[in-house]
Design a protein around this ligand. Sequence first.
Ligand SMILES: [Mn+2]
Length: 322
Amino acid sequence: MEEKELKEAADLIRRRKKFLVACHVRPDGDTLGSALALANALRQLGKDTVVVSADGVPEIYSFLPDGEDILKETSERAFDVAIVIDCDGIDRVGPALDAVKSARKVISIDHHTNSPPFGDIGLYNTEAAASGEIVLDLIDRLGVTLDERMAICLMTALVSDTGAFRFPNVTPRTFLFAAGLTAAGASASHIARLVYENRSLASARLMGIALAGLKVDKGGDLVWSVLSREDFEKTGAADADTEGVINHIMAVKGARVGLLFREAPDGPAIVSLRSRDSIDVSKVARAFGGGGHAAAAGCIISASLPEAERMALEEARKWMES
Ligand SMILES: [Mn+2]
């Protein structure tokens, strides 16, 4: 990200009045925490601000300060500026796209690699572990003092996009930011507990089924599991309860690529992919119209579960060999 874009964004924000801050569909702690912290800063500057997350706020993130202010949709259209957060592509805002497109100016804030630039100003930094890092830069540039509520939101962004500071995307800057957030009153340990050790019984049981059904190939390099509708029904788990299961698949000794297949209520197979050792699973996801990072990606395959499993594994093996 260039200094120039950051200045342009801050200048534009100072001049305008009515803002839309948009999260991506299937929101995570980064998009939600970043959006809420930025909205808080905008409101402190006296700006009218609407925050939209088409899929709402998952229960796990209900602790986020001001999370109740997030709307699933808005009928308002005459925004001065729409700020789109953590979206690798404008359509990732889902049904909020209409409202975003109605804005006179669009600012995109993102850290995904290969994020297609969109909007009038792009604050892109692929070195940032979370979009929250870029939002922190912007808040700082706007001259807004970080309060405890904002710090909790941004710490959630960092904690959830770094696996509580364990993923290789963590840089010295990430820790510097985390230090500032800690000083402002956010507890990484408390937030990590809320995000990672807060599983419902149904979700834990679904995890058990996924782990009991683990399959391996390529001498243990490739590990995956499959969850059918029946598994969800048996445990009473919802789709959101699969959160984190893929990380446990990747925790198997020797795993370099991990996949979790799950059957969506309406039929298609949802695939989560993870990798290490610089294997780029976003290429696998992209082969099926999905996306994500090199080490964490996802896609939806309109096929039966066994067929999707066969197709995605074939593609994964191809990339592992190249
Ligand atoms: Mn992110």
